[in-house]
Ligand binder design. Structure first.
Ligand code: CTP
Length: 213
């Protein structure tokens, strides 16, 4: 990966409800930050676009912080033309509240039968892969059932070069855990990596990308 430019998204996004509340998910950002370090160690020039996480920025890695899926979409699109690889580890919220309240929602006014309308966020991966040219794109699939089948569908639908699928219903791997177990799936290859530390897994993922993509 020496000299290759690698853009990585990581962490969750936050979708505002009102000035003090938001909707988010359990992503810690650990997988994305760990892959960033592994790519850097192999000589890559790495940039991270991260949602809100409590992780230190790794040495020699440029980091841009964002909150919402819209902000992440904007920042990725601003810089993507400069990169050779896009690795999308972020757990981007699929939906956002249709309306952000300007003032805090007060319980005496709204709490009785409070309900909210949601609209879909843009799919960052899909939008980037439409005109990908020479860019190599790697996505993640967070699944709770039919892991491989669902991941293969995403590989095709999002026009990816590699998808990394994991079972997020198993709390010993995936979200906020220090370990993970995944399938690496391309059009031609399917490889299972048994449960290991996210650090070792990241090295294997970068080696796989360097070898096959
Ligand atoms: N992704 C993205 N933009 C979104 C949603 C997802 O770029 N708005 C990316 C994620 O970073 C990941 C891949 O798409 O690399 C798959 O994300 P996942 O949450 O597993 O799937 P979804 O496409 O959201 O589909 P579903 O929630 O129906 O499984």
């Amino acid at each position: 990966m020496a000299g290759k430019k690698i853009l990585i998204t990581a962490g969750p996004t936050r979708e505002k409800i009102d000035p003090v509340r938001y909707i988010s998910n359990r992503s810690s950002g650990k997988m994305g930050f760990s892959i960033a370090e592994a790519a850097r160690d192999e000589g890559g020039l790495v940039s991270l676009i991260s949602g809100p996480v409590s992780l230190k920025t790794p040495d020699e890695i440029e980091r841009i912080d964002v909150e919402s899926a819209d902000e992440m979409f904007k920042e990725v699109n601003k810089v993507i033309n400069n990169f050779d690889f896009f690795i999308s580890t972020a757990a981007v919220a699929d939906f956002k509240p249709e309306k952000i309240e300007n003032q805090k929602i007060k319980k005496d006014m709204k709490a009785v039968n409070l309900s909210m309308e949601f609209i879909e966020n843009k799919d960052i991966l899909k939008s980037i892969s439409k005109n990908k040219g020479d860019l190599k794109i790697i996505g993640f699939a967070a699944e709770t059932q039919d892991i491989k089948e669902n991941a293969k569908k995403k590989l095709n639908e999002k026009n990816l070069d590699l998808i990394i699928a994991n079972d997020v219903s198993d709390s010993s791997i995936g979200f906020d855990s220090d370990e993970n177990e995944v399938y690496l799936i391309t059009e031609k290859i399917e490889k299972k990596i048994e449960k290991i530390s996210k650090k070792k897994l990241s090295r294997s993922i970068i080696e796989f990308i360097a070898k096959y993509l």
